[in-house]
Design a protein. Structure first.
Length: 146
C-alpha cells in the first residue's frame, strides 16, 4: 500500500461491496491499494463517517493529543495530592529573614503659581459664584420663596 492513500467515500463503498461478495482481505487490499488493516476497519464500520472516526482515533496525531491530555491530568492529580499532603503537615518554622532597612529621603517641593494661573483661578472662582447664584435663584423660584 502506498503511504498516505486516502480512502474516499466511493472507495469505502467499493470495499464494502467486495467484502459482502466474500472476497479476501488480501485481494481487496491489493486491488484497492490499501492495507489489510484498512479493509478490517471498513468491515467493522457501518458508515464512512464511522470509518473516518476510527481511523482518526488510531492516528499518531490523536495519540499525541490523548497522551498529552492524560499526562496533564496525571500531573494535576499529583499536584492535588501534594497540596493535600502539604495542608496536613504543620508548617515548618520559618527562618528569620533580616528586615530590609528603611532609609528616609526627605525632599521639599515648592510650587509657584504664575500671575497668569492666578488670574485664571480668579476667573474660575467668579464663574462658579455666578453659577451658584443662578442655581439659588432657580430653587427660590421653584419653591415659591421670595
Amino acid at each position: 500500500m502506498a503511504a498516505g492513500v486516502k480512502v474516499t467515500e466511493k472507495k469505502f463503498k467499493a470495499i464494502k461491496i467486495l467484502l459482502e461478495s466474500g472476497e479476501t482481505y488480501e485481494n481487496i487490499a491489493e486491488s484497492m491499494g490499501v492495507s489489510k488493516r484498512v479493509v478490517g476497519v471498513v468491515r467493522s464500520s457501518e458508515t464512512f463517517e464511522e470509518y473516518r472516526h476510527k481511523i482518526y482515533l488510531s492516528s499518531p496525531t490523536y495519540r499525541k493529543k490523548r497522551d498529552a491530555a492524560l499526562k496533564a491530568e496525571q500531573e494535576r492529580k499529583e499536584r492535588e495530592a501534594a497540596e493535600k499532603v502539604n495542608e496536613e503537615q504543620p508548617p515548618a518554622p520559618e527562618e528569620k529573614k533580616p528586615e530590609p532597612q528603611v532609609v528616609e529621603h526627605r525632599q521639599v517641593v515648592t510650587v509657584q503659581a504664575t500671575h497668569y494661573m492666578m488670574e485664571e483661578m480668579k476667573k474660575t472662582n467668579e464663574l462658579l459664584t455666578l453659577i451658584s447664584n443662578k442655581l439659588a435663584f432657580i430653587v427660590d423660584e421653584l419653591t415659591g420663596v421670595k
